[in-house]
Design a protein around this ligand. Structure first.
Ligand code: NAD
Length: 289
């Protein structure tokens, strides 16, 4: 297929390269010359504008920083420029309302669109092992699935338009809150005189077990290799966790949902990022407890 890829940063760069490896013809656009140079090395054709990149394509994939940018890029440069009937796949993490608004505008102009945010970081984007959670019509999902499968290990249908974004922010709200709960628990265990490896061995087989503990332990030297073993570098930046928690808080407000643990996690990550630690892995929040 001919696929335009817009936003080839940390995540999009590797994703576009995997589309090329799967045999697609990829036309790339990014505001950053460095991102475009990397895209060219990875076999993409590079263009100076979005309009040129989307001309004549079967599908458009985007991996952009936020909802306002997604709205502008599709509204100004993709809708009306891409060929009629083309499929749009926005893989960025954005708010549910913007995802629905852009899809409605695309559908009104004769296109199909899915929101398909990802779970997995830069390594998964490069390795083609992302998990996609997809919102859209059944028909759009059927068309999107093989394109997404070339960039990931799992493609899961979440429901109608916006459902992919809803699943993503609900999952990440749970992750943010459970990471902090795991961190404070290790600190308490330590103060109570428990050996942390012993506590891990017990809790990882008891009812406190959770992903933040057993797959991504925030304590160096305990559990499998994680960013804690690498000075909290790499992994999933605290600033991105804060972004997702803010989206979750906005979404909760919009439907009048009570999310006290999510709110607390958002305020702790906000303070952590304001102290200049937004670039560290999100498990580094243990240092503040
Ligand atoms: P990034 O900042 O590295 O990449 C974004 C790219 O978009 C940049 O190259 C930037 O130049 C480009 N861009 C910005 N405005 C543009 C425009 N108007 N037109 C064209 N290109 C434009 O960010 P990232 O880490 O790749 O994240 C992208 C998305 O993926 C975000 O929505 C993020 O929340 C989500 N995400 C990131 C991770 C992660 O671990 N980095 C994990 C899951 C989801």
């Amino acid at each position: 297929m001919k696929i335009a890829f817009i936003g080839l940063g940390n995540m999009g760069g590797g994703m576009a390269a995997n589309l090329v490896k799967a045999g697609h013809e990829v036309s790339a656009f990014d505001l950053s010359p460095e991102a475009l140079a990397r895209a060219k090395e990875n076999g993409c054709a590079v263009f100076g504008t979005v309009q040129e990149a989307v001309t004549g394509v079967d599908a458009v994939v985007s991996m952009l920083p936020n909802g306002a940018i997604v709205d502008t890029v599709y509204g100004a440069d993709v809708i009306g420029q891409a060929p009629q009937g083309a499929l749009f796949l926005d893989c960025s993490t954005i708010d549910v309302d913007t995802a629905r608004k852009v899809t409605t505008a695309a559908e009104a102009a004769g296109y199909a669109m899915v929101d398909a945010p990802v779970s997995g970081g830069i390594a998964a984007a490069n390795g083609g092992t992302l998990t996609f959670m997809v919102g859209g019509t059944d028909d759009a999902f059927v068309r999107a699935e093989p394109i997404l499968a070339a960039m990931g290990k799992a493609v899961i249908y979440a429901g109608t338009s916006g459902a992919g974004q809803a699943a993503k922010i609900c999952n990440n709200m749970l992750l943010g809150a459970s990471m902090i709960a795991t961190c404070e628990t290790f600190r308490l265990a330590e103060k109570l005189g428990l050996d942390l490896q012993t506590f891990y061995d017990i809790s990882s087989k008891a009812s406190g077990q959770n992903w933040s503990m057993t797959s991504y332990c925030p304590v160096p030297g305990v559990g499998p290799q994680s960013p804690a073993d690498n000075g909290y570098q790499g992994g999933f930046a605290a600033a991105l966790m804060l972004k997702d928690l803010k989206l979750a808080m906005e979404a909760a407000d919009s439907v009048d949902a009570e999310v006290p643990m999510g709110e607390k996690a958002a305020s702790l990550y906000e303070a952590f990022a304001q102290n200049g630690s937004g670039g560290m892995d999100f498990s580094a929040i243990i240092k503040t407890l």
